[in-house]
Ligand binder design. Sequence first.
Ligand code: PMV
Length: 307
Amino acid sequence: MAERERTASGRAGGKVILLGEHAVVYGSPAIALGLTLGAEARAHEASVSTLELGGAEHLPGPESPADEADAARAFRALLSALGAGATGARAKLSIPAGAGLGASAALGVALARAVAALWCAHGVEHGAIARAALAWENVFHGNASGLDTAAAEHGGCLWFTRARGPSALTSAAPLQLLVALVEPGASTRTMVEKVATLRRAEPVRVEHCTSAIAELVERAREAILLGRLGDLGASMNENHELLRALGVSTPGLDRARGVALEAGALGSKLTGAGGGGCVIALVEDGSAAAVRTAWERLGLGWLEAKG
Ligand code: PMV
């Protein structure tokens, strides 16, 4: 298909969740920190819509066949949310997918920005990028809270609730986080459904965990605003134990976290949906090298995140 001249591009970062994943789905607050790395997209006007992603080409036709790949369905939802015409797009990631780093949200925001720049010549309506990216994200996640797409859109350190959306959180002390790439993650949809199943079976226990997580997120917010990194680390540690109680940690995540704490991290926990994926560690100048070395000894790769 012939590519016409008009093209546009967009980018967005991934994120780590400092505290509050899973509980955020049920209305509790969460805190996220944007990553510099994420996704890039390019879009052009075309005669039929196509999306090239990870070496595969997806063709979202006007109808949605039952066996259609999620990426085609998600791209159709994104184009329709923006009122866009037939678009050819290509997107690529600079963070691992399915590791709890918000890769699909970064792709959704990068694509929404590229598509909006192509079709919305008179500017984009407030909230349009977030709505389009969430329409994309919901195809993959079913019941996404919107935290990942908000973090991909705004970056920085964010306070988020499902009811009120994101607001910037300014830390009184620089936040230095290391992210270990521990193992392939389970899908967010599967992990969110796992917690939902547990919540139906044991509502009192799950409610206890989600309200305890909400309290920790409030405490962490105070700690960030006051620059009390030791308190922030302690809240992250307690949050990890509650995520374990919800059944979303794994032996690999627990091990990576354990060695980070032994190496001097102020706090460490799994980040994102769990069932595999990544661990974050809050470090200071004095402990960063030891944590990196401890993870390298386990054969784990790592990234940095700052706020
Ligand atoms: O998709 P992930 O692994 O980055 O994490 C999603 C966070 C959850 O709270 C588990 C789900 C959500 O929609 O907020």
